[in-house]
Ligand binder design. Structure first.
Ligand code: ATP
Length: 346
């Protein structure tokens, strides 16, 4: 690690533009060296959160802390933050080497290297060694984003902010580069906040994920937790494929699905819930098996997508769609089963 990593914290941060509330009392804390991702649909407040962390946006209310110190009123240039945006914001009149060295005009290298050696080190780190003399116009999109990353990292920022840095690239390259970004981040240990609208990308790269919706944080957790134990209906529906089954608690503490079939699902967690309470059961497509299960549902397969390692079956059941992952192709009227213990109650 080139320097000690810092913790970053937002406490009750709100940002309002006239009548628009972009952020509504957002609190989060990012641990030193953590790769922390903000994910959510368009307009949910991801970029605004990043701008507040960078000092580009002054919160209407709330506090920003870096390493416990209140930096809310500190301008961006006094925050030692590196930023990479979606668009390739490279200086086209400078070659790659000059781009990467740009921040070292204002700040000494964080290690004992000379500025020139620091630039070469960063170019090697992003696998662009030997490309220093090129102009940005002579690079591919992926190479440009790696230059942007090297430029952001050269001065040894306390905090690295990445705003959809891969979203302009094609899918294959995006998947490759996210691994590169993560490897470099881990190597340097820089505390990082990453913004994406792509939930699969968020799950793949992050130590922890914050799922945002309409200016608020719905859940913060490890990718596995957010996927397996979504805290709200929104998170359950936004992260990954899912089936949300509405049900009513029965007098004997089971869940009766609220649909034409009135299938009853035994759920020990419901023992203490009053009869008549409405609950939602989240059942992931991969929790189903073809054929009978603890709970069996008769479905009709309406569409089959071949995904390589599995099939995604779009099934019609009780007037709605049920998504089922299966290793085998299936068509027509079939039965699918699941074990409620593999479901998650919302
Ligand atoms: P996207 O994924 O589309 O970039 P986002 O999650 O990053 O979206 P933000 O850009 O943070 O969302 O915007 C949050 C909300 O604040 C949106 O409703 C947006 O329209 C509003 N907003 C952002 N900037 C301004 C501004 N300068 N003036 C007025 N409203 C704004």
């Amino acid at each position: 690690m080139s320097h000690d990593s810092v913790a970053v914290e937002l406490e009750d941060v709100s940002v309002r533009y006239g009548g628009v509330t972009a952020l509504d009392s957002v609190s989060l804390s990012v641990a030193p060296g953590e790769f922390f991702t903000l994910v959510g649909p368009s307009g949910c407040g991801k970029t605004t959160t990043l701008r507040v962390l960078a000092g580009l946006e002054r919160p209407t209310e709330g506090t920003v802390r870096v390493d416990g110190e209140d930096v809310t009123d500190r301008p961006p240039e006094d925050r030692n933050v590196g930023i990479v945006f979606q668009s390739y914001a490279l200086f086209n009149h400078m070659n790659v080497r000059e781009n990467v060295g740009y921040g070292l005009r204002f700040r000494d290298p964080p290690d004992d290297r000379s500025p020139a050696a620091r630039v070469e080190h960063l170019l090697d780190l992003v696998d662009l060694g030997g490309m220093g003399d090129r102009d940005p116009t002579e690079l591919s999109g992926g190479q440009r984003q790696r230059v942007a990353l090297a430029r952001a990292l050269a001065p040894g920022p306390d905090l690295l902010l990445l705003d959809e840095p891969l979203s302009a690239l094609d899918a294959r390259l995006r998947e490759r580069l996210r691994v590169t970004v993560r490897r470099i981040q881990r190597e340097l240990g820089t505390t990082t906040v990453y913004v994406t609208h792509d939930q699969a990308e968020a799950l793949a790269v992050s130590d922890r994920v914050a799922v945002m919706n309409a200016g608020r944080i719905e859940q913060v957790g490890r990718p596995e937790t957010v996927y397996r134990r979504p805290a709200s209906r929104f998170v359950a529906a936004f992260v990954g494929d899912n089936n949300l089954l509405d049900a009513e608690v029965t007098t004997d503490g089971a869940a009766r699905l609220v649909d034409d079939t009135a299938v009853t699902v035994p759920l020990p967690e419901l023992a203490d819930r009053p009869a008549g309470d409405r609950v939602t059961l989240s059942v992931r497509p991969e929790a189903f098996t073809l054929g009978e299960g603890v709970v069996t549902l008769p479905v009709s397969v309406e569409n089959v997508e071949f995904l390589g390692e599995s099939y995604r079956l779009h099934c019609a059941w009780a007037g709605r769609e049920l998504l089922v992952r299966s290793r085998d192709r299936a068509t027509g009227d079939i039965e699918v089963g699941f074990d409620p213990a593999e479901g998650h109650l919302l």
